[in-house]
Write a protein that binds this ligand. Structure first.
Ligand code: UDP
Ligand code: MG
Length: 201
């Protein structure tokens, strides 16, 4: 199977070498799958794009999409998803290693068991400030009181989407996309994998 790793990048030159090294170490544990990297440079003003171009020159499985300015993470994911949805499955990761690349292993495992959407769910928020925990709780309470489809709590964008789930998201006409809302809204067989969110590297 071909699995696309979709990673939005905004001024991540300092972390990119670590991201590459740690992600490569994990994908090498799954030699029967083919991985490709889709990096979306979201208008970085540092050396991110230059580094990505160097990587792409060295590795044919690295693709770089570079936006004309900074549009924000939601738009960057949107831009990369069209390309990523050509693979059998897409895995979305943050560049700063807050979503540990080790999650790729259970994500692929669950995908093989037949799940279309596998989201990372934070086991606890003890690393967060009081204000962050409070606003996050309020957000989920408020959203889930309004929405007809419940948003799983403490799950971010970090997840696997099968090609059909990614294509369903791409069919939606929204231009300003709240991605994790839409990833959830499209349905399909869904499950969560608990993880501990790391500090920004
Ligand atoms: N990001 C992006 N565009 C932005 C801001 C962030 O593509 O305008 C990327 C960033 O490079 C990272 C991910 O989105 O890969 C999450 O960003 P960040 O770590 O700043 O967010 P947080 O961890 O606070 O949610
Ligand atoms: Mg972060």
């Amino acid at each position: 199977m071909k699995i696309a790793l979709l990673i939005p990048m905004y001024n991540e030159e300092a972390v990119l070498p670590f991201l590459w090294q740690e992600t490569q170490a994990v994908v090498q544990k799954l030699p029967q799958e083919t991985f490709e990297y889709i990096f979306v440079n979201d208008g970085s003003t540092d050396g991110t794009l230059a580094q990505l171009k160097t990587l792409a020159g060295q590795h044919p499985n690295v693709k770089v999409i570079s936006l004309s300015r900074n549009f924000g993470k939601e738009a960057a994911l949107s831009a990369g998803l069209t390309e990523a949805a050509k693979a059998d499955a897409v895995i979305i990761l943050d560049a700063d290693l807050q979503d540990p690349p080790d999650l790729i292993l259970p994500f692929v495992q669950k995908f093989k068991e037949g799940f279309d959407v596998v989201y990372g769910q934070r086991a606890d928020r003890s690393q967060d400030s009081f204000a962050k925990r409070l606003t996050a709780r309020c957000f989920y309470k408020f959203y889930n009181a309004l929405a007809s489809r419940r948003l799983p709590e403490n799950a971010g964008d970090c997840r696997l989407l099968s090609r059909r789930a990614a294509e369903a998201v791409l069919l939606l006409p929204e231009r300003e996309r709240f991605m994790k809302g839409l990833f959830n809204w499209v349905g399909f067989r869904t499950t969560g994998v608990p993880f501990t969110r790391q500090k920004r590297r």
